[in-house]
Unconditional design. Sequence first.
Length: 585
Amino acid sequence: MPPSLKSLTAIMIAALLLIAARPALAQTETVLYNFCSVGGDNCTDGGYPTSRLTADSVGNLYGTTLYGGLGYGTVFELSPHGNSWYETVLYAFTGGADGGNPYLSYVMFDSVGNLYGTANTGGAHGYGVVFELSPQLGGWAETVLYSFAGGADGAGPENGLIQDSEGNFYGVTAHQGSGTIFELSPSGTAWQERVIYNVPIDGAGLTIDAAGNIFGTSSWTAFELSPNGSGGWNPAVIYTFKAPNKESSNPEGTLVLDSAGNLYGTTAGVNGSGYTNGNVYELSPTEQGPWTFKNIFSFNAADGAQPQGGIVFDAAGNIYGTTTAGGPPNLGTVFELTGPDQKGVYKQKLQWNFKGPNGQDPIEGVILDSAGNLYGTAALGGPKNAGLVFQINPSPVITKLSSSPNPSTYGEAVTFTAVITSGAGAPPDGETVTFKHGTTVLGTGALSGGSASFTTSTLGAGTTSVTALYAGDSNFSGCTSNTVKQVVKKVTTATTLASSQNPSTYGQAVTFTAVITSRAGAPQDGETVTFKHGTTVLGTGPLSGGSASFTTSALPVGTNRITALYGGDIKFAASTSNTVKQVVN
């Protein structure tokens, strides 16, 4: 039976008090989805995910939740849409004949897109099921492939399934301190179950090699099941863990097999006087038969404690995984072990400490994408403490924005260029960068070699604050650039004034004509030019074709100093004319 959330919390509280804090991390975490975001306290979208994730070829993520849905757990899909992720409940268990409470049960795909997994309870006898989900028009349909009866066939399947080249499934049951390794084989339109190994103590997830050998662990042993060629299996205990010491105990998670045939796993540690915080280990085959044990890394609580999930390697051989406790504030970690060095030693580079709102108690391990991002589930944490799906980026994605020319003149073309970098390189060509002034979108540009540009000649005069937004994708997180203050100057104008008649006779009409010019042409027709005698306004005239006139017969006898003032607009700067000395006889 799956443990209650109280027991999950108790595991964390029992961990050692931390003795040191870690420095700030270079990596960043993104919460992709918080469960119990739909349906209020009923969590119709699911709650308390305990499985690791499965990714498809286009970056969608799949997993299971222990509770929520109709109360008995769900199978869910997370799909990236720009900078957001959307959750879809593919199936909600009823706890009846269809099964319920998929505990630690990841889902796996077959070649045509069907999903397979296990549910810990429910079924025809109430002891759990192996299920298939098939995509249908408008949704997914569930088929129970096998219902456990709670007898010799096992009870309480967990940890998901593996599949051999013949299409047979293999999994683990764990019930009341003991369990089985079972095989499920297609037989016409039905499926045939048989137990191929009895595990004296709860087993963890299985792995299979190219020859069809199956490897797994119980609470004290690692074992191998080899096909004997007659339809049977030869079981062998390949290692017995010795605790309490550096080897620790309680091996957990799914074993990982490398190309040389070595197995890697984690142990959760033991309580009591010989308390250990767990470790990562390697088992290697020898020509003589026995397998050798090597402790790769021992956790000390400050850097993590009680890893219960499997590990994953990157292309460089670094190891990633999770711990359910440890790290400040003792709510679990995502860790990286770098190495091995020339002496075969791994060193820890802590990736992330969970703090409750951003996750708590990541029971299962993480998966890794081609860009180096890690994805996983936390059983607790988030706004409703119902768990979440997270992403750890290997290093922040940075968008740097620049513009040219700056300052510019009104109407002049200005090019904004955003350069996007990350520890995993640049995002793919063709993805979009959005250039914005506040909340107003100015335009977009397509990435090429990590750079995207946008050119505009419509910015208003003054200072415009511009940012670039990269929305991200399934491999790269979104981010906003620095702010560029683009200074746009108005077009310089020149005002030339002339008069006729000059000299004039008192009472004779005199016309003053102002002509406004600039390198960008004349201002708009209808704008006003003001004609002044010193500080006294004589009158105004509207522009037409860059020229404005004013006629008066009220000038006094003598020399009158007349100027014309163009006040400017959003595009053109103001300018004052030359002074015309109008002589009135």
